[in-house]
Design a protein around this ligand. Structure first.
Ligand code: GLU
Length: 461
């Protein structure tokens, strides 16, 4: 198929996989998949000082955790250096690139003068017609067209037109022989037959420059789509100041990969009012939805909402197997399963399961002092003592029967539910924060409940 859509995500491995990058990648990937196309991962590792193999690994792991599978092998920009240099030679040979030996002092002076005159700093083309040959201090510059303009129809932003006289004769090869970003991207996109470049709109200024290089190399430029950035809730570009920004940090916080994926896509893309999309639905509906043209603000509350929705949908056994691998106290047995089913609707993040289940897997060592001061008194201890006797003899250990035992004592003493319910909660869980107490007692089991009430009576008498 000639016209197969091919997109790519091209991160520089200089830091963690940022959720902004992950979202851009999702858009590039979903765009390709919703058009039955391919999406590739290209690691732009030409900045040797800042690129680190561990960052590349974290990027690969992050996508595999989110179940985003790129096509083919990972492509490394550094493997394509020969092609970058060959392309520049082709530009030199066709008079569309030239050697330049302007010193940094001259360029600094030029910039200062232009700024003084209120002009946009730009190389003045001094070496353009000099026909210099390569020297130890020369760079290669692109001969940007001087007339006309570059126009492109951005998938997200619509038609954009930039006059060529606003564009610099940018450097293609530095004096140390290393090719620059704009050149490498164009050559790699050509090499990989990329038809659609979906990337962050922080690159939009590079696009007309890259289009001119494509054209000079007699290649057809891809279609571009520039996705707005993610902002923090204060309206500033999302950064570490706002909290966790790495995909792996959300993984550690206990966010499910499906929830993060769904949330990141919805953050900047919509399909009517629908919020929840499974993996297949994202692929099938992406094409018909809308990518917003304005930046979206990241909200941890909204992400938690998505996560809670996903937690409530995941099959209990599957959830249990994930929790068992998380050092959460849960293991793959009946007891853990009943704890999980009891507390799951109280959990927004996977890590909440450890917090919410603490007293199911550990002895109650401390009691919440505020709750004790408020709800434990002589009457409470007496009621607990009576309840203890009832529960020792109860025929079946089911929440319904436990509830009946409590009610019997309540009606005998003509007091409200809280008079026993709250002291019982404190005795069994250490605080007043738990699922309904009859169900909690059922799951804890008779032996533990009796021991804990007994202990509480002794502590509080
Ligand atoms: N490597 C660039 C970056 O990480 C992206 C280049 C591109 O998508 O064209 O910002």
């Amino acid at each position: 198929m000639e016209n197969k859509v091919k997109s790519r995500f091209a991160p520089s491995p200089t830091g963690v996989l940022h959720i902004g990058g992950a979202r851009t990648a999702l858009f590039a990937w979903l765009f390709a998949k919703s058009h039955q196309g391919e999406c590739f991962l290209r690691i732009e590792d030409t900045d040797l000082e800042r690129s680190k193999p561990e960052h590349t690994q974290a990027i690969i792991d992050g996508f595999s955790w989110m179940d985003i599978q790129f096509d083919d092998e990972v492509f490394y920009q550094s493997d394509n250096k020969e092609k970058h240099l060959t392309a520049v030679q082709q530009l030199i040979d066709s008079n569309q690139a030239y050697f330049c030996n302007c010193s940094s002092e001259r360029l600094d002076k030029l910039r200062t003068e232009q700024q003084k005159e209120g002009l946009k700093p730009k190389y003045d083309g001094k070496c353009r017609e000099l026909g210099l040959i390569e020297g130890s201090d020369t760079v290669v510059r692109f001969s940007n067209p001087q007339e006309g303009s570059v126009q492109f129809d951005d998938l997200v932003k619509g038609v954009i037109e930039i006059s060529n006289n606003e564009l610099d004769d940018l450097i293609l090869i530095r004096s140390n022989g290393s090719p620059t970003y704009n050149l490498c991207v164009v050559v790699d996109d050509m090499e990989m037959s990329i038809t659609h470049v979906i990337r962050g709109d922080d690159h939009i200024n590079n696009t007309p420059r890259q289009i001119n290089i494509f054209r000079a190399l007699q290649a057809k430029e891809p279609v571009y789509g520039h996705v707005p950035m993610i902002l923090g809730e204060d309206g500033k570009r999302l950064s570490k100041r706002h909290g966790a920004v790495g995909v792996s940090e959300y993984q550690q916080l206990g966010v499910l990969p499906e929830a993060l994926k769904n949330y990141l896509v919805r953050l900047g893309w919509s399909y009517g009012d629908q919020e929840l999309f499974d993996h297949e639905e994202l692929i099938s509906k992406f094409k018909e939805g809308n990518i917003n043209n304005s930046p979206s603000a990241f909200s941890i509350e909204k992400l938690s909402w998505f996560n809670k929705e996903y937690i409530s949908k995941v099959d209990s056994e599957l959830l249990l197997s994930q929790l068992s691998n998380m050092n959460s106290g849960f293991s793959e047995d009946e007891y853990s399963l009943s704890v999980l089913e009891l507390i799951r609707d109280r959990c927004s993040l996977m890590n909440d399961f450890s917090k919410e289940s603490e007293y199911f897997f550990n002895e109650v060592e401390d009691y919440d002092s505020k709750a004790v001061n408020k709800f434990i008194n002589e009457q409470a201890v007496n009621l607990l003592t009576e309840l203890l006797e009832e529960l020792k003899n109860i025929a079946s250990w089911k929440s319904h029967d436990i509830q009946l035992s409590i009610e019997q004592i309540l009606s005998k003493h003509e007091v409200g539910f809280g008079k026993i319910g709250l002291p019982l909660r404190i005795a069994l869980t250490g605080s007043t924060n738990s699922p309904s107490i009859d169900k909690t007692a059922e799951v804890l089991g008779r032996k533990v409940v009796i021991e804990r009430i007994d202990k509480a009576i002794k502590v509080f008498s």
